[in-house]
Design a protein around this ligand. Structure first.
Ligand code: FES
Ligand code: FES
Length: 225
């Protein structure tokens, strides 16, 4: 950011004008006034974190990136990341779990839904550091020994997808629902899916797929082992 007029700075990344001390949408922390091209610090609890901005470059240097550990699809992972990194970006970029999609990036479409400790979470609305020491499950973690999960099979059989972009999020939301409600009513399925948008299939077949998966999972649980 560079000073535009007394009390205001303009962000070099998106050009937005902001009052001094107002949180930047990119940086996420209040900025303090700086002279053009000068070094700037961003206030944060527990002390200032040095950030370097130049007029000609929007490069931001972030020393001391935290190391995060969590379980991903049953296996421990450990990586360094900027503390502002979204969980979806860490999953896709750092950890290569590209089955988790990004549709809107604003917490509306549900394409990025994953399970965190069994709860359906929109991973574009959660920081990677918030997943520390938790159990994260993505669409890649549902299959077992090369066999698809019953929910995945039901989506195929019921034609619960067309382009497939929303499908990982739909399936992870369904997995969360069936984990807590083994025999959901149609109304309960519709309610569970209210945060997941599909732009091409429509919801009838998706609901049918979840009902079929529920029936099969219940039958499997009742079957003798
Ligand atoms: S990408 Fe996360 S809700 Fe749309
Ligand atoms: S199958 Fe295309 S958006 Fe849902």
């Amino acid at each position: 950011m560079v000073t535009q007029r007394p009390g205001a700075v303009r962000c070099l990344m998106n050009g937005a004008r902001r009052r001094v001390g107002m949180a930047c949408s990119i940086i996420g922390r209040p900025a303090i006034r700086c002279s053009r091209g000068a070094r700037q610090q961003s206030a944060q609890p527990g002390g200032a974190l040095p950030l370097a901005f130049t007029k000609s470059s929007s490069k931001v240097f972030l020393p001391n990136m935290p190391t995060i550990t969590f379980h991903l699809n049953g296996a421990p992972v450990e990586f360094e990341t900027d503390e502002r990194t979204l969980l979806v970006d860490a999953l896709r970029t750092t950890l290569g779990q590209t089955g988790t999609h990004v549709g809107c990036d604003t917490s509306q479409c549900g394409a990025c839904t994953v399970l965190v400790d069994g709860h359906a979470v929109k991973s574009c609305a959660m920081l990677a550091v918030q997943a520390a020491e938790r159990e994260v499950t993505t669409i890649e973690g549902l299959a077992r020994d090369g066999a698809m999960h019953p929910i995945q099979e039901a989506f195929i059989e019921c034609h619960g997808l067309q382009c497939g972009f929303c499908t990982p999020g739909m399936i992870m939301t369904a997995a969360c629902l069936l984990g807590t409600t083994p025999a959901p009513t149609e109304a309960e399925i519709v309610h569970a899916l209210e945060g997941n948008l599909c732009r091409c299939t429509g919801y009838v077949n998706i609901i049918s797929a979840i009902r079929l998966a529920a029936t099969r999972l219940q039958a499997a649980q009742g079957a003798p082992r």
